[in-house]
Design a protein around this ligand. Structure first.
Ligand SMILES: [Zn+2]
Length: 345
């Protein structure tokens, strides 16, 4: 089969579109024919390599896939050949205390599929292997491209806003990176909860699109002072929840925009991990800093019900042939997109 593969870490040029062996299912695995696959930041991190993390090479990236089940292992009972599925991208044992509590992300065997798995085990290929438990029915109303764009960002944003930050109706939430895949979903979840959403993006065009997705207020961080604008919008109160995934570049402003008793929830740091926190704000204002990583299969199923109902819409910026995966990664690095980039084999 054809796949987007890298044999060594480096720039986008290390990605090769080449022939690799087709995956075979283990007894509790299924192999899907990939119809479309989403791009995520962890594709970039795997390709670049991360200090202290070992990747099994050669590596196929891709944690989001939508496709048709082609082959099932001998012990698979819940998935049938021909079924249309998307992937819950968290691999875990599904047996331990954490897993059975619905907290797979605390499992000692936890891995992000297509990121920490390998060699040759990800979505950016014609066929992909996943454990039976990670196959989730594809929302029928979505196209393949839409379906492939949504699981990882939906799962992550849901876990952040619903489970970790417990965002409430009537609260104010600040969403950084409104043009990113995860930002575009966070805006919609915030509105569904009944919060007032203040979205931040780097261009006026992205701000307009964030508004069209339901954001009540938009701030262009390239031309406006985010902290001052938040103070103005909230009548000096500050926001109750900050949705963080940018990290170093935004952290101090995130803290400065928070209301007394506010919660900041963070799932990543696309601009770096060395952030400065003025501790006086932390204790005086009784702020809560909440880490968040992925989410459970149950949370993905909850989120997908709202997708199926048309209440959360996938935001696909563009669809790119799998052979041009390097081009997709360059686009993502330049933050040129609004929403998700999707590859099709
Ligand atoms: Zn487990």
């Amino acid at each position: 089969m054809k796949a987007s593969v890298f044999h060594q870490h480096g720039g986008p040029e290390v990605l090769k579109y080449e022939d690799v062996p087709e995956p075979k299912p283990g007894s509790r695995d299924v192999v899907i024919q990939v119809k479309a696959a989403g791009c995520n930041y962890n594709d970039l991190w795997a390709r670049q390599g991360l200090p202290g993390m070992k990747f099994d090479l050669p590596h196929i990236s891709g944690s989001d896939a939508a496709g048709v089940v082609k082959e099932i292992g001998s012990e698979v009972t819940s998935v049938k050949v021909g079924q249309e599925v998307v992937v819950h991208p968290a691999i875990s044992c599904r047996i331990c205390e954490a897993c059975t509590r619905g907290q797979e992300y605390f499992c000692r065997y936890f891995k992000i599929w297509g990121f920490q798995t390998g060699p040759l085990d990800g979505a950016h290929a014609e066929y992909a292997r996943i454990p039976e438990a990670n196959a989730v029915p594809k929302p029928a109303r979505l196209s393949w491209e839409e379906a492939a764009s949504i699981p990882l960002v939906l799962l992550t944003a849901w876990h952040m806003l619903v489970t970790r930050a417990r965002l409430l109706p009537g609260e104010d939430v600040l969403v950084w990176g409104a043009g990113s895949g995860i930002g575009s979903i966070a805006i919609q979840i915030g509105k569904l909860i009944g919060a007032r959403v203040i979205a931040v993006a780097g261009t006026d065009a992205k701000c307009e699109k964030a508004k069209a997705l339901g954001a009540d207020h938009v701030i262009n961080h390239a031309s406006q002072d985010v902290v001052a604008e938040v103070r103005k919008i909230t009548n000096k109160k500050g926001v109750d929840v900050v949705f963080e995934h940018v990290g170093q570049a935004t952290w101090e402003r995130s803290i400065a925009t928070m209301n007394w008793g506010g919660r900041l929830v963070i799932c990543g740091n696309t601009t770096g991990f060395e952030a400065k926190t003025d501790l006086r704000f932390l204790f005086n204002k009784q702020l809560s800093l909440l880490g968040s990583h992925q989410g459970s299969k149950a949370e993905l199923l909850e989120g997908l019900r709202l997708v199926e109902a048309g209440k959360i819409k996938p935001v696909v910026d563009r669809v790119i042939p799998l052979k041009d995966a390097a081009e997709a990664q360059r686009l993502m690095e330049s933050r040129a997109q609004f929403g998700k980039l999707v590859l099709v084999p």
